[in-house]
Design a protein around this ligand. Sequence first.
Ligand SMILES: *Cc1c(COP(=O)(O)O)cnc(C)c1O
Length: 819
Amino acid sequence: MPDLPRNAESDQIVQDAAVIQQELASELKYRLAKVPERATEDDWLVAICMVVRRRMVTALLATQQRQRAQPAKKVYYLSMEFLVGRSLVSNLLSLGMLDAARMAMSNMGLDLERIADREHDAALGNGGLGRLAACFVESLSTLGLPGMGCGIKYDYGLFRQEFDGASQVERADFWDGDHSPWVIERADESCIVNLYGHVEEHHALDGAYRPTWVPGATLLGIPNDMPIIGFGGRTANLLRLYSARASEVLDMGVFNAGDYVRAVQHQISTETISKVLYPSDEPSQGRELRLIQEYFLTACALHDILREFSDSGLPIEDLPKRAAIQLNDTHPTLVIAELMRLLVDHYHLLWDVAWSVTQATCSYTNHTLLPEALERWPVELLTRVLPRHMQIIYEINSRMLEVARQRWGDDDARVAAVSLIEEGPTRHVRMAHLAIVGSHSINGVAQLHTELIKQSLVPHFYELMPERFNNKTNGITPRRWLAQANPELSALFDETLGPEWVVDLERLRGLARHVDDSALVQRLARIKRANKERLARYVHGTMGLVIDPASLYDVQIKRIHEYKRQLLHILHVIHLYLRLVDHGHDIAPRTHLFAGKAAPGYAAAKRIIHLIRSVARTINSDPRCRGRLSVVFLPDYKVTLAERIIPAADVSEQISTAGTEASGTGNMKLALNGALTVGTLDGANIEIRDCVGPENFYAFGLLAEQVGAMRRDGSYRPSDCVAASPALREVLATLVDGRFESDRGMYVPLRDELLHRDHYFHLADFDAYADVHGAIADDFKDERTWHRKALHCMTHLGHFSSDRTVREYARDIWKLAHA
Ligand SMILES: *Cc1c(COP(=O)(O)O)cnc(C)c1O
């Protein structure tokens, strides 16, 4: 139990609780038309959300009034994904009414936590990129900076993961945004979005080229606002999610053009546009609907940006004085072509003027180095869906190539390398190149990642425009990932440091004075133990599995991807199992916890899940493993599940092949909750290790430059690793000898990939990984030293607050006042 609040606050809480109680009763009666005896938990959930919503609306209106009274530059964070999760508890926490709400409900015979557990996650994102966007919007509000998140209100967010035996099954996850208490529909601010059609060539009297885009289809973009309240409740910025609706203009326009049948043939029914979030790692090339979604977001967002700007009365050339547009990955890159189109075709700016306005307004965050994940759209598709934009992209390209030729003469290879157009049997537009040339800032999300962007991803652009490249290491909001997810730990911080750490995470440094305070270290150990027991109860309740809270909880939770190397982790588990049952070695008790979704079309990732689940089944039912080794794959990884698992972790697995993980944020969440990291020197792991010190970080494996060199010279022979490692030979044999799967062929492709190619260097790192885990197991035996290390780490992790990250964006890229 968290300690009781101090007395001075208690009176206030009692008063607040009385008010909340009244409001709850009133919501139940007048909104839901129910008497308390007939109300379900879902009714109470709506009632308490409505009570909170009142305060959110008040904060929102006050924020908007302040911002109108003192116009300032504002950032628009464009992202196809916002992985928000639940909102009730985080809103209560930000408004400072969590304890009062708990008391009010308890007075009415209700349990806040139970009711809050009924809320559906808003899963409008795939993973790290979408969660980052959600953390950023929250930090903007907490910092009191003017900003707006712009995204899509998908009806169906990321799929729900279920299992048929060991196989992942995807189920639709409907998010009822239309009836969410956190969403305010703004039909009065809807805008028109055009698609298809053709461009008619015209020239003005002065000879200027004045093309007209005659669209073939038109739809409506409806804003849906989610106020995001900052901690302390002073500022609420908007997360504005657009949904698509058929427009009456559409039918008339199409009808008049006599184009009705063709429009129907496109089979793009307007309402399907915001229907579903695309899972990442699915090939999106040729997916017309995804392209339209991306354009839909940029067109709606720009409409709002320009409408807000027009209130300023400033000339359009001054747009960058009032608006910064951040592109979260290349997905919203069409905003560059759309802004150029509006400035040139509608505002009639000269091309060069329009271009400098666009560049000064836009900035781009790169999130991936994996070549297959870089967005490319077929020229043919873009020409058909957005004919005027394709013209503009060609014009941008020809001017950029001119500059490149001036620089490099007739070094055609270099010039071709920077082209926006990739030549080949089908020509494609390289969205990253468009994002780079149209932005004044290009940033990576961790130091190593930014270096790799400059040196290997786009070295020629770096040569052309080095001043545009910069690093902004990711962060996470300590409100959700500490205060909300780990209330007991945060109560300990409150007591030891005062409450300000929640908005100033660097204050965790104050814990340094306490690393030798054995009473405090013991409390930390008790908190971790209680969190582990809570997770054990959850695992038992949902999966019927018994896990031992005294064992080491070794946690890997993230999207399932070959580069993240869940396969390396499970190979090591198999190794431990063989030591235990075949070789009769004892091992210290440990529980391996996995969670994560594989993209529906990603066969290799689904096979890895299948292997983990099958190994888990074998190990958990083998009596020789009892009390020593268990393996759990928790279904349906999402924000709420992350909040449950993270406070209970002892070890955080961050084991991507060096040079592949851009940053990672799961690594930050786990470390801040007192897990020690076993990790490669990749992404933000490197900076975490720098902060906590190498003696508190279990590093292993090849370095990015070694992996890079072996990839380039083709010198890696996975079979040599097998020849040198009897342990590895044994482990690989189990993939095909039927030990874990009656269907013997199932894992042959996994084994063959490892033996013959091993693109992600699992085998090269295996022995080092097993060794470092030996050291971890030894260290974990000395509980006192272990928790002291964990405490020492937390002390040095203030850097990874998204408040720090957002301040850096605001100061260096967006140039917001008071940043
Ligand atoms: C933080 C988070 C991620 C990102 O995890 P990584 O380990 O950085 O890949 C993905 N999904 C959810 C639900 C998260 O909370």
